[in-house]
Design a protein around this ligand. Sequence first.
Ligand SMILES: NC(=O)c1ccc[n+]([C@@H]2O[C@H](COP(=O)([O-])OP(=O)(O)OC[C@H]3O[C@@H](n4cnc5c(N)ncnc54)[C@H](OP(=O)(O)O)[C@@H]3O)[C@@H](O)[C@H]2O)c1
Length: 230
Amino acid sequence: MEKRIALVTGANRGIGKEVVKQLAELGYIVFLGSRDLEKGEEAVKKLIPQDNIFCIALDVTNEESINKAKNIIENKFGQLDVLVNNAGILYDSWHDVSNADLKTVREAMDTNTYGPLRVTQAMLPLLLKSTRGRIVNVSSEAGSLASMKAAPPAYNLSKVALNGLTRMFADLLRPKDILVNSVCPGWTHTDMGGGGRPIPEGAKSVVWAVTIHDDGPTGGFFRDGKKLEW
Ligand SMILES: NC(=O)c1ccc[n+]([C@@H]2O[C@H](COP(=O)([O-])OP(=O)(O)OC[C@H]3O[C@@H](n4cnc5c(N)ncnc54)[C@H](OP(=O)(O)O)[C@@H]3O)[C@@H](O)[C@H]2O)c1
């Protein structure tokens, strides 16, 4: 396989960390994004193989941090083939839409929606240098309008808008052969999930969208390789 360069945000724990592991095992060179460099380096130490995993400081709410990360990737490899927008916060199940706290809504949007927007915009020049680019937005069925629930409000709204970004970037990048999809990992036993299926299964759902063929889908919403309703 030709060497492919991937970046995963929010990858010092949970689904992101496992996506890094699975991609590294497939032979990708992977940047493990962590807003706290020390936590990221600890995570890298626990991952095997380690020689094709690089820890990179990346806070998706901070443009300076994102630009520094972009410069590091550019200086080292000159391009990026895969961007996995995984970092996510605030499953605000203690509220519903009638009492949603706007401060919480803004916080969720800042990380879960504007984060991927900032990171994708910054990485775009590097992704455009790839001949077979992939962008995977780690969303959730919680963001599906078809099955929308009253709660958790901030989280749901942030994932609806993230799915909107998937559609917009897919439209923009279709002529450039960059495939852009939203993926739901399913209810997964991470700190956020607090229960659910094993982390490797949730991560596999994400890795599927990274490894789809060049004639694969773009602008879609999937879990375990199967279509979800918007
Ligand atoms: N678990 C589920 O059941 C489930 C279901 C559907 C969708 N998802 C989605 O899957 C993705 C991963 O979730 P998870 O379950 O693995 O969550 P998690 O275990 O809580 O991990 C979240 C990760 O995001 C990072 N993060 C938070 N804010 C960040 C920021 N500003 N910049 C960079 N990184 C940041 C965290 O870093 P720190 O350690 O520094 O906090 C952590 O590494 C999320 O987008 C989530 O919405 C999860």
